[in-house]
Design a protein around this ligand. Structure first.
Ligand SMILES: Cc1cc2nc3c(=O)[nH]c(=O)nc-3n(C[C@H](O)[C@H](O)[C@H](O)COP(=O)(O)O)c2cc1C
Length: 206
């Protein structure tokens, strides 16, 4: 990932974690390369550990395991009008997907509980994405997909909702001005505020 040059000012005084926040960006182009199975397991372990530590009982992030599963979710994701939002998915070299699922059972009368569970699921998804980034992988959050078709694909139970998916793969070897990924990176991803503008560090003293 050659982000360092263009964003060098953002890398000053970073911790390992905040460095990851800057390294992560949305990729719409991927190299033709499989992700090693060990890395998939690493991501799954991170999801499990974080979920357990945080006590997020209503969240789940699945990682697709093989080409067939990947292709069937992509097919479902692209169905209908909403499925046309991401035409780059048609020919992506991404090889795996993260699927963020929330259990919203018994929240019909309790919107704040519903939103809390969705927020927890989003946090879990972002942690999985950051772990993938740490492992040298590229990703892209996708909410412009047919989530209800993905729910059918996984035969999810009542109250289980897919909130988003994310592509996973290796970053492209190169990107040029004919690539959507090149412009999205230059015009959006590279325009970051310094973390000190949006984060506040403090210490808790007993
Ligand atoms: C919840 C969520 C949904 C998103 N859905 C899409 C999407 O459907 N298609 C897409 O290309 N990018 C999608 N993105 C990626 C955003 O466009 C991207 O995060 C934003 O442009 C900032 O760029 P960066 O992620 O590289 O910093 C989504 C991001 C989030 C957080």
């Amino acid at each position: 990932m050659n982000l360092f040059d263009r964003k060098s000012h953002l890398f000053e005084g970073l911790t390992n974690l905040s460095r990851l926040f800057i390294m992560r960006r949305s990729f719409r182009k991927y190299a033709k390369r499989e992700i090693e199975f060990e890395k998939i397991i690493e991501i799954e372990n991170t999801i499990k550990d974080f979920q357990l530590t945080m006590g997020f009982k209503h969240s789940m992030v699945k990682v697709t395991k093989n080409k067939e599963e990947f292709e069937s979710v992509i097919r479902a994701a692209k169905r209908g009008l909403v499925g046309k939002i991401n035409p780059w998915l048609n020919k992506t070299n991404a090889t795996n997907l993260l699927i963020a699922i929330v259990n919203t059972n018994d929240t019909d009368q309790n919107l704040s509980e519903r939103f809390k569970r969705i927020a927890e699921t989003s946090i879990l998804m972002e942690v999985a994405i950051l772990r993938a980034t740490e492992l040298g992988l590229a990703s892209c959050w996708l909410a412009g997909v047919n989530t209800s078709e993905i729910e059918k694909e996984y035969k999810l139970g009542d109250g289980e909702e897919v909130i988003a998916i994310a592509t996973l793969g290796y970053p492209p070897i190169s990107s040029n001005i004919t690539d959507y990924d090149f412009w999205a990176n230059k015009l959006v991803s590279a325009r970051r505020k310094h973390l000190s503008e949006i984060m506040f560090y403090d210490e808790i003293k007993e």
